[in-house]
Design a protein around this ligand. Sequence first.
Ligand code: FES
Ligand SMILES: [Fe+2]
Length: 354
Amino acid sequence: MGPGPDPQDSMTGDPIRRPLDDVWYCVGESRRFREGRLCAVTLGEEAIVVGRAAGGGLFALRDRCPHRGMALSAGRLVEGRLVCPFHGWEFRPDGQCAAIPALAARDESDFRTVRLPRFSVREVSGLVWIAAGEPRPDAPPIPEVEFPYAGMLVETLEVEASFDLVALSFVDPAHVAYVHDLWWWRTSKTLREKEKHFAPSPFGFTMTSHRAKSASAVYRLLGAVPEVEIEFRLPGVRLERIRAGEKRMANYTFATPLGPGRTALVNAMYWNLPLLNLLRPLARPLMRQFLGQDRDVLQVAQKGLDRKPAMVLIGESDVQSQWYFSLKREFLRAREAGAAFANPLAPRLLRWRS
Ligand code: FES
Ligand SMILES: [Fe+2]
C-alpha cells in the first residue's frame, strides 16, 4: 500500500486533500474571451469575471459587486469600465471603483475606497490561465507549445470528481485498456508488458522519449512511427509531445478545480501540419468521446471514494500515482517552510501491463 491520502484527511481538512491554491490553472481557450465581452469563470471557491480590454489584454476580477453582491459578469464593458447591472457602479480593469452614478453632486462619499480583488491572468499558446491565489514566484510554469503550430483543438468537460482523482487519471496507465476501448485509439484488448523510463523534471516527472511500437490511429496520422514523451507536472498537467521527423503534435491535458468535488478536464491538441486542420470537425467528437469515458468512470469512482476515501496504490502501475501525492506533499511542505520546492523523485524504470 502506497502513500495514498490518509482516510482521516478529509475529516481534518488536511491541505493534501485540496487543490493547490497558489498556482496557475487553465480556464479555457483564448478565443472564448472576446474583446468587449465578459465571461464568468469558476476557479476553486472563487467566481471570477474575465474581460478583454480594448487593447486586447485580459483582466480577471472577483465576480461579485461589493455593493449588493451582484455578478459583474452579467454587466457590460463600457469604455473599458466594468458596469454593474444592478446600480451601475463602475470598475476599472485593475479592480478600482471608478464611479457610483447614484451619488449626488454634493455627496462626499469616497468611491475610491471601494476595490475588487484582482487575479493574475496570462495567455499562453491559445489558452487562458488564472492563478487561484497570489501565484508563487516558483509556481510550476504555464505549459507552452514548443513549435509553431498550424492548428489547435480544445475541449473541456466538467467532471463531478475531486481534483486529485482527475489528476491521477493523467498518470494511470492501467485504466486505458478498460476505459478507452475505442477502435481509433486501441485496436487490441490484450494487455502487453510495458517498460518505461522515467526521470524527474521540474515539478513532476517525464516518461522519456520512446518509439511508439504499436502506433494508434491517431499517431498514424503523422505517417511515420513517432517518438513520444510524456511529462506530468503539478498541479494537474499532462504534456504529451509527439514527433515524427519535422511533424509535431502536442496533446496537453489539464485539471482545473471548479469547487469541492467538481473539476474541469481540459484537453488541448496542437499540430504543425496544416493538412490536419481539415480533420478538426471529425476530431472534435472523438476527443469528446475519449474525455467522456474518463468523466463517466471518474464520477462513479468518486461516489465510492465519498463513502470511504482510502485508495490502495499497489505495484509499479501505481507508482506514478504515488509520485503525484509525493510531489504535492513536498510542494505544500516547501511552502509551509518558506523554502524552494525540491523534487523528491529519482529516475526509475517502471514495468506494467497495459
Ligand atoms: S450591486 Fe452592483 S451596483 Fe449595486
Ligand atoms: Fe483516460
